[in-house]
Design a binder for this molecule. Sequence first.
Ligand SMILES: N[C@@H](CCC(=O)N[C@@H](CS)C(=O)NCC(=O)O)C(=O)O
Length: 236
Amino acid sequence: MSQACRSLIWLALNKKMPFELVLTIPGSKQENGTRHPSYLEKFPNATIPALEDPEQNFYLSESHAIMSYLCNKYEWFDFYPEEIEKRAKVDDFLHYHHRKVKEASLAYFTPKVRTDLNLTENLIELSRKSFNDSLNALESNWLEKNKFIIGDDVTLADLAAYVEIGQLRDCFTNLYDFKDHPNIQRWILDMTKVEGHDDAHLVLKELGDISKNPPAMEDIAKANIAGFKRILELSS
Ligand SMILES: N[C@@H](CCC(=O)N[C@@H](CS)C(=O)NCC(=O)O)C(=O)O
């Protein structure tokens, strides 16, 4: 269950929105894969997560676009403020996220769980630099001034950032030591209190510490099944 999927699931659980979770395999051309023609017809980006809104016969990709859409549709203005300046600040962070905070995955997570990709040291190093730049920006600017990234309240910016940063915590994969980032440590604890956190992150709790050795494919599958089952129970 990828980072982007978790952010969306977290929002939906928090808002107690009923939804149907459909297992789709990234990169696969099989019937349940993102490269199958029936998936591409609805979602040309060929990525997960994706949203199918049957009420509107509407299809949408990209986790940030989907979260913004749901907040607009259901008027969840706590996560995506109505005031245009505040909303623009959330958007600012969501756009910034892509080549910065998002790099946590390529820098630390993917090399452990997708050894088959043979990522080059150079790519990993560039991703680490980008991610570390974003941690420093969060530590000395955004989270130095505010409780959450944009202000006193949690927004989509926090959900998007946490699914990347939080996955590296010692209680999950244990792939990063945040000892030099006290503001980020404080924010991490605040984020764990946002309703839906534990269920959306069960998959990582199940996966556990992978800092020493890459996990076996079987263990990754087991963790995903446990996480998936929990979400299925809660979403219907
Ligand atoms: N920016 C996208 C990232 C989604 C993404 O990268 N998804 C990957 C899985 S982790 C994917 O679907 N890859 C399929 C492929 O590249 O073929 C979002 O936030 O939704």
